[in-house]
Design a protein around this ligand. Structure first.
Ligand code: PLP
Length: 394
């Protein structure tokens, strides 16, 4: 069948059912293949599936979907975002070195600093908003530049074209954590990146109901290397969760467009609010990465962070906010307020955290699908209560 020309929003709906069986039966959803093994018809030649660690039809529908959405050739589904990241990084050899963005997800920081050194894979952190400092960190044994943009939790922006050009100049690979944007807004492979990584737990899943990770590649060699690691480490996504993730991806545009529009409105509200010392959101014109971000992405997304005056004020605010959940994670249909110091970035030692600007008054907000005016009203009453409570104590 020749493929129709279609837009991304259409592909979100159609991509998962392009398989032979769905085409034959007309099923609008991919079946959940609850089978660890597959009966082989021939003695000396096996069918496309033999054992579900190596390949499962439901997982494959998901893997094909993310590959198509990211404009890659191969997708891989893992039991968590960190499993995807770890499996991709473990394609490196002992003696290799990587340059990693200093504004990196806490779990990635832990894997890079605590696990990779055991296998003699070393690293240097660099400020990825400054291409010169990235180039200075490159060593003769460097193999990968590892980027995350927008980054976590200060929404720092990496110039992907700049980083990829640098990587190509030094014959390195570029890995990009695309969790915050998703392929709806940013497609790093189109810009020349080698591996795109996702915590699909977040916006791709979208409902705070599963933990999942994805990797996508374009070139055959790195694709084979990641497949080998996926099968060797075995941190695969199960069939049931693969199904949930396929369903989540179908509503990505509907969810993330609305959540992003609300995030923009909330960022503007916070910016003009006297209790808030700083707002980090790439959609705001005064964000230092604003222009760079809109060169490579089409929307600022649904995550922002903001700074409150003191830890006491921050605590009082969180305790009085009623609508958002106070929790680890982001990307759900519910707004999620989190405290990076003790949550996403707890794995980073205090001294390093402070250097990275992750202060005691910093809160991260992932905007959900609630009515945006309800959220703003809720924040306003919580700010007022926090002020009353903290000024009483002084
Ligand atoms: C959550 C997250 C991860 C880790 O993903 P898990 O699914 O929690 O393992 C990696 N990168 C970013 C940017 C994240 O937000």
């Amino acid at each position: 069948m020749t493929k129709r020309q279609e837009q991304f929003e259409t592909t979100l709906i159609t991509a998962s059912t392009r398989g032979e069986y769905e085409q034959k039966t007309g099923a609008v959803n991919v079946p959940i293949y609850v089978s660890s093994t597959f009966d082989q018809e021939q003695f000396d030649s096996f069918g496309p599936f033999d054992y579900s660690r190596s390949g499962n039809p439901t997982r494959q529908a998901l893997e094909n979907t993310i590959a198509e959405l990211e404009h890659g050739t191969r997708g891989f589904a893992f039991s968590s975002g960190i499993a995807a990241i770890a499996s991709a990084l473990l394609t490196l050899d002992a003696g290799d070195h990587i340059v990693v963005t200093s504004e990196v997800y806490g779990g990635t920081y832990r894997f890079v600093t605590k696990v990779l050194p055991k296998y003699n894979i070393t690293h240097t952190f660099a400020d990825f908003t400054d291409l010169e400092s990235v180039e200075q960190a490159i060593q003769p044994n460097t193999k990968v530049l590892y980027a995350e943009t927008p980054a976590n939790p200060l929404l720092g922006i990496t110039d992907l074209e700049g980083i990829i050009a640098l990587a190509k100049k030094h014959q390195l690979k570029t890995f990009v954590d695309n969790t915050f944007m998703t392929p709806l807004y940013q497609k790093p492979l189109d810009l020349g990146a080698d591996v795109v990584l996702h915590s699909a737990t977040k916006f791709l899943g979208g409902h705070s109901d599963i933990i999942a990770g994805l990797a996508v590649t374009k070139e055959e060699e790195i694709g084979e290397a990641i497949y080998f690691m996926q099968n060797s480490m075995g941190a695969i996504l199960g069939a049931q969760d693969s199904f949930s993730l396929i369903q989540g991806i179908k509503t990505l545009n509907a969810r993330l467009s609305l959540e992003s529009a609300s995030a923009h409105k909330i960022a503007e509200y916070l910016q003009q609010n006297d209790f808030v010392q700083a707002v980090h959101y790439p959609g705001l014109k005064d964000h230092p990465g604003h222009a760079t971000h809109f060169k490579q992405a089409t929307n600022a997304g649904a995550v922002l962070s903001f700074e409150l005056p003191t830890k006491a004020f921050t605590k009082a605010f969180v305790e009085n906010v009623q609508i958002p959940v106070f929790a680890v994670s982001l990307g759900g249909v519910e707004s999620i307020l989190s405290y990076p110091v003790t949550m996403s970035h707890a794995a980073i030692p205090e001294e390093e955290r402070t250097k990275r600007g992750i202060t005691d008054g910093l809160l991260r907000l992932s905007v959900g699908l609630e009515n945006v005016d309800d959220l703003i009203q809720d924040f306003q009453q919580a700010f007022e209560k926090a002020e009353a409570l903290t000024s009483l104590k002084q």
